[in-house]
Design a protein around this ligand. Structure first.
Ligand SMILES: Nc1nc2c(ncn2[C@@H]2O[C@H](COP(=O)(O)OP(=O)(O)OP(=O)(O)O)[C@@H](O)[C@H]2O)c(=O)[nH]1
Length: 426
């Protein structure tokens, strides 16, 4: 009935009843080996994991990452006097047995040290968005290289809460509220050795009720055991953690812990803190789920918002699916129409301005012409006046010469008369 190929190699009960000898296979073959293929390929490709640590300066972020990965990722202590929050990004190539892990740790620097709260959380939001945007840009390329692309999207945000024993600070709420749709948040009570057992329980429940009241979405752990999962998600969060790279002697054993005058706090002792539970859930059971959630939930949300903003849509106004070609044509037409509209508007504005300028020039020209006519009139009047004066002066000169000639004649006459008189008397 199945084309002669029997995929199952488990003994058939009917045949057993017929006393037919069934052999059990000694090695795997057929598609039973698929999981092995997957495992081998994944090991060959290597794994990567990106962690974002958000928390106030000196809350033990580096120490906890060192404790989690059993490494010594050397870090200098940060100052409390940065004017804005920075993000320190470091990538490490780790290996556990034959499993390679490319671990990227992004750590806030100067978080909570500013008066302006927005200056503290905005860089975190910007960083998360920038990684999504980089991935989206790679996805939208014609020649994509997603296989060897270094995916820097953050898979988990370990949010470090200060062990105040009271409640969350407003900055904690503001930050978590603004990133909870962009990243898987796991809240941690840092330096939990500062709190007594009973204080810790009250602190944990205060934090959880504040997070619920403010509608902050945390990462939901998933395990094979539903009951245990519910217990983790409701009763255990936030994890009370203690970090240490120190090896301390307890009895005859060397354990990782913190040595105090009153005794030793063992980091890996479940009665002392939640470090082991966090490590198991984070690294052993939920690492792949965290990566999946990042891709399927948070990145998907970023991608769809971004594409919608760019004008892409899956359905048209009539609720019918729109193909990429149709959408491209519609956008092209819309863009072309808009260009034409803007060109027409520009032309109109240009014409209007030319007209206005022309009118202004005409007015100015008329004004100049009037001025010129006025000056010409004045000048002509002036010329007439001067000519009249000249005529008068010339008349005066003629009169003068006439009078002068007359007086000269009379003078000559008088002299002649005197001479004649003198001669007569002689
Ligand atoms: N009591 C206690 N001290 C801790 C714990 N973890 C770290 N410390 C101490 O706190 C100090 C700061 O730890 P770091 O790991 O450098 O803190 P950080 O948050 O990375 O600091 P910055 O990078 O400077 O912001 C160190 O002296 C650690 O030994 C803890 O769980 N409990």
């Amino acid at each position: 009935p199945h084309g002669g190929y029997t995929p199952s190699l488990t003994p058939d009960p009917l045949k057993q009843n017929e006393n037919i000898r069934c052999l059990t296979t000694l090695s795997h073959f057929g598609f039973e080996c698929l999981p092995t293929q997957l495992v081998n390929r994944s090991i060959h490709k290597g794994f990567s994991f990106n962690i974002l640590c958000v928390g106030e300066t000196g809350l033990g972020k580096t120490t906890l990452i060192n404790t989690l990965f059993n490494t010594n990722l050397k870090e200098n202590k940060s100052s409390h006097f940065y004017s804005k929050v920075g993000l320190k990004v470091k990538t490490y190539e780790l290996q556990e047995r034959n499993i390679p892990l490319k671990l990227t740790v992004v750590k806030t620097v100067g978080y909570g040290d500013q008066i302006n709260k927005e200056a503290s959380y905005q860089p975190v939001i910007d960083y998360l968005d920038a990684q999504f945007e980089a991935y989206l840009q790679e996805e939208l390329k014609i020649k994509r290289s997603l296989i060897d692309y270094h995916d820097s999207r953050i898979h988990v945000c370990l949010y470090f809460i200060a062990p105040t024993g009271h409640s969350l600070k407003s900055l904690d709420l503001l930050t978590m509220k603004s990133i909870d749709r962009k990243v898987n948040i796991i809240p941690l009570i840092a330096k939990a050795d500062a709190l007594s057992k009973s204080d810790l329980q009250t602190f944990k429940s205060n934090i959880m009720s504040e997070l619920i009241t403010n509608g902050i979405q945390l990462y939901q752990f998933s395990t094979d055991d539903d009951e245990a999962t519910a217990q983790v998600n409701t009763g255990l969060l936030p994890f009370a953690v203690v970090g240490s790279m120190e090896e301390v002697k307890v009895g005859k054993r060397m354990v990782r812990g913190r040595h105090y005058p009153w005794g030793v706090l063992q980091v890996e002792n479940e009665n002392h803190c939640d470090f082991v539970k966090l490590r198991d859930l984070l690294l052993c059971t939920n690492m792949e789920d965290l990566k999946e959630q990042t891709h399927n939930q948070h990145y998907e949300c970023y991608r769809s918002n971004r594409l919608q903003k760019l004008g892409f849509t899956d359905v048209g106004p009539d609720n019918q699916p729109v193909s990429f070609q149709e959408m491209y044509e519609a956008k092209r037409k819309e863009f072309h129409d808009q260009c034409q509209r803007e060109e027409e508007e520009l032309k109109q504005t240009f014409m209007q301005r030319v007209k206005e300028k022309e009118a202004t020039f005409k007015d100015a020209e008329k004004e100049l012409q009037d001025k010129f006519e006025h000056l010409k009139r004045i000048q002509q009047e002036e010329i007439l006046k001067l000519e009249e004066e000249r005529r008068k002066l010339e008349e005066e000169i003629i009169d003068f010469y006439k009078t002068k000639a007359a007086s000269e004649t009379s003078q000559t006459q008088a002299c002649t008369n005197v001479k004649k008189e003198k001669e007569r008397k002689k």
